[in-house]
Design a binder for this molecule. Structure first.
Ligand code: FES
Length: 73
């Protein structure tokens, strides 16, 4: 099984890759794709997918915290 990864893109969408099933609010699946981007700005006209409407409007850079007990940057 392919490991699922979700990347928080700087100033943009959530990029989802791997063997994952995306369901709507009633539990019905969207057509399967090996990779897709989910909107996190609320401006897409193709929810829940990103349609690029965030460009120039979303400022959000998220970084994971350092693992505990390390000095890694
Ligand atoms: S994050 Fe791209 S349209 Fe919302």
């Amino acid at each position: 099984m392919t490991k699922v990864q979700i990347k928080v893109n700087d100033n943009g969408s959530f990029r989802v890759t791997g063997d994952v099933e995306l369901l709507d609010g009633e539990g019905k699946p969207f057509p399967a794709k090996p990779a897709f981007s989910l909107c996190r700005c609320g401006l897409s006209e193709n929810m829940p997918f990103c349609d690029g409407a965030h460009k120039g409007k979303l400022q959000s850079v998220v970084r994971a915290p350092k693992p505990e007990g390390t000095d890694a940057e």
